[in-house]
Design a protein around this ligand. Structure first.
Ligand SMILES: Nc1ncnc2c1ncn2[C@@H]1O[C@H](COP(=O)(O)OP(=O)(O)O)[C@@H](O)[C@H]1O
Ligand SMILES: [Mg+2]
Length: 263
C-alpha cells in the first residue's frame, strides 16, 4: 500500500463559503439585506428567486466583481475557508483565480478555442507548450467538449454552437483550477438540449469544485443542486437541502414562489 493511500481523504468543509450578516448597497439602493448562509465544499448550491431579488449581486460579491462599480458598499462579511474576502491580505487577482465565474451570455474571446482555454495561464506568463497543451486537453475533457473540438483547436471559438461556446467558457474558467465556480444563469441563452448538456456537466464538476449557480429555472435547481437558497427582495427567505425546499418548504413565500403563485 502506498503512503498516500493511507492518508484519509479530507472531508468537505461544511462552511467553505460563509456569508455573514451581509448587506450590499448600490449607492442609495440597498440590494442585499443581512444574509447569513454557509455554503459547503464540493456541493452545488442554487440561488433562486424572482428577477431583481439580489441573486446576481450576492453571487458577484463572492469574487468581489461588484467592487468595480462606483458607489457600492457592503456591511458584514463573506469568508472563504475562514478568511474574509475583504481582508487586506487578500489580493483580488488571486481571489479571482480561486473563484472562477461563468456568465449568462457565453462570451468567448475572439481567439481560437485553444487560446480561449489557456488565456489565464498566458496572462500569468505561463507559456510552456507542454503545460498549455495539457491544460487544454484537461479543461476541455472536464467541460465535456474535447471530443467535439479536438481536431479544430486552432479554429475560432465563434465557429462553435452556443452550447459549445458556453462549455468553452466553463473550460476557460476551470483551466487554472479554481476552488469555486460561480455561474450566473449559465443556460439562460441556450436551447433545452444544450441546457441539459451543461446541467450534466455541472453535476460532474462538483467532485472537484464548489459550485454556486444562479437560476430562475426551478427544474434546473431541482435537477442539479444539492442545496437551494430562496431570495426575495434582497433577503434570504429560506435555505436548505434542495429536496426539502421544493418538497416541504417551511416558509409560505418559498411555497408561493415554487408553485408559481407569486404575487
Ligand atoms: N449596477 C447596479 N446599480 C444599481 N442597482 C443595481 C445594479 N445592479 C443591480 N441593481 C439592483 O439591485 C437589485 C438586485 O439586482 P440583481 O442582483 O441583479 O438581481 P437578480 O440577479 O436576482 O435579478 C435590483 O433592484 C437591481 O435593480
Ligand atoms: Mg441576475
Amino acid at each position: 500500500m502506498s503512503a498516500s493511500s493511507q492518508v484519509p481523504e479530507k472531508a468537505p468543509r461544511p462552511d467553505f463559503i460563509r456569508v455573514e450578516d451581509f448587506s450590499f448597497h448600490y449607492g442609495e439602493k440597498q440590494a442585499i439585506f443581512g444574509i447569513d448562509m454557509a455554503i459547503p465544499e464540493n456541493e452545488i448550491t442554487a440561488l433562486i428567486g424572482p428577477s431583481g431579488c439580489g441573486k446576481s449581486t450576492l453571487l458577484r460579491n463572492m469574487n468581489r466583481m461588484n467592487d468595480l462599480i462606483d458607489g457600492v458598499r457592503h456591511e458584514g462579511d463573506i469568508r472563504l475557508d475562514g478568511v474574509s474576502l475583504y481582508d487586506p491580505s487578500v489580493e483580488v487577482i488571486s481571489l479571482r483565480k480561486r473563484v472562477g465565474m461563468v456568465f449568462q451570455k457565453y462570451n468567448p474571446f475572439a481567439k481560437s478555442i485553444y487560446e480561449n482555454v489557456v488565456f489565464s495561464l498566458r496572462v500569468a506568463g505561463r507559456n510552456g507548450k507542454r503545460e498549455l497543451d495539457e491544460t487544454v486537453e484537461r479543461a476541455l475533457r472536464d467541460s465535456a467538449l474535447w471530443d467535439e473540438v479536438k481536431d479544430r483547436l486552432h479554429d475560432s471559438a465563434f465557429g462553435l454552437s452556443g452550447g459549445q461556446q458556453q462549455r468553452l467558457c466553463i473550460a476557460r474558467a476551470i483551466a487554472n483550477r479554481p476552488e469555486i465556480l460561480l455561474m450566473d444563469e449559465p443556460c439562460a441563452a441556450l436551447d433545452p438540449l444544450a441546457t441539459l448538456k451543461i446541467e450534466e456537466l455541472i453535476t460532474t464538476l462538483k467532485n472537484r469544485y464548489t459550485i454556486v449557480i444562479v437560476t430562475h429555472n426551478m427544474e434546473q435547481a431541482t435537477r442539479c443542486s444539492d442545496r437551494t437558497a430562496f431570495l426575495y427582495m434582497g433577503k434570504l427567505i429560506e435555505y436548505g437541502k434542495t429536496v426539502q425546499i421544493f418538497e416541504n418548504p417551511k416558509q409560505e413565500q418559498t411555497e408561493s414562489y415554487i408553485t408559481g403563485r407569486f404575487s
